[in-house]
Structures are given as structure tokens and as C-alpha cells.
Design a protein around this ligand. Sequence first.
Ligand code: NI
Length: 175
Amino acid sequence: MSKIDLLHYPDPRLKQQGETVDIFNDEIQRIIDNMFETHYAQENCAALAATQLDFINPKRITVIDYSSNKDEPLCLVNPKIIEREGEQNEFEGCMSVYPSHIHAKVKRDYWIRVTAQDRHGNPLDFEAEGYKAKCIQHELDHLNGMIFLDRLKPFKRKMIDDKIRQVIKQLKRKI
Ligand code: NI
């Protein structure tokens, strides 16, 4: 297994959409293993989407595990939200949004029904609410080429963009 580099905002590749997985072959298994290894190597990581990693033609795959012991892996391939209800407005951050301590409140559906496939292509159909629902919606955005900043109001977005620019400038000065 090997770790894969994370893409950091404003890398334009974060706008790529994931490709649908049709064949669940060894290559897909290897990609998923590497994604989990990358996930578990990060501190405070809840989930990763293939489109935020340094893949050529990333697939519609997300690996999720926010359990405290990191022993509840959930891999969703080709996930779709088919029903949604309610609303939540909670803080989100993202491993790709530099620096990682930038958080902002994002409006999401409180409850969702998800269809997807597992890593072997078996169909999944389940409901999620609260944190889990928020997490899946955040990952689905990644697979559609969106990050959580894209969901913020323009003035809030500009504030965060300015802050990120400053941090990047400071880091460059240090190198
Ligand atoms: Ni993210």
C-alpha cells in the first residue's frame, strides 16, 4: 500500500468530477486500500474523496471513518443521495483547505437516504443523519468537483480566501 498526496486549495484539480466506477477489479481495490492508508495517516481526518487526491482521472470513491479508534471503515463507490430532509448548519473543515484549521458553517440536509456500491460492487442503500449525513454530503461535493467553501456566502468566502492567501504567503516566506 502507499499513501497518495492530498491536493490543496486552490489547486484547480479539486474542481474535477469523479469518474463512475464500472468494473470492480484489482486496480480499484488497490486505489481503495491506498485511500484508506492515506486517510488513517492524517490527523483528524473524517473522510477523503478520490477527487481530492493526486490521481489521474479520479474515480467516484470516498473512504469514511470518523470513529475514535479508526476501526469503522466505510467505503462508498458511486454514491448518490436519493432522498433528503431537514436542515443542519454545522462547522466543517476539509483536509484540502489550507490550513486545515479553517472552519465555516455550511447548510446541509439533516437526513439523507444514500445509494452506493461497496468496494466489491455490491449495492448499498441506507439512511444517515446528523454528522454522518453531513460527512457524506461533503464527500459527495468533492466527487462533483466542489469544496465546502463553494457553499459559503460571497463575503464569508472572500474573508476565508484572504486568510488562506496570507497563510500561503507566510509559508512561502519561510521556505
Ligand atoms: Ni473535504
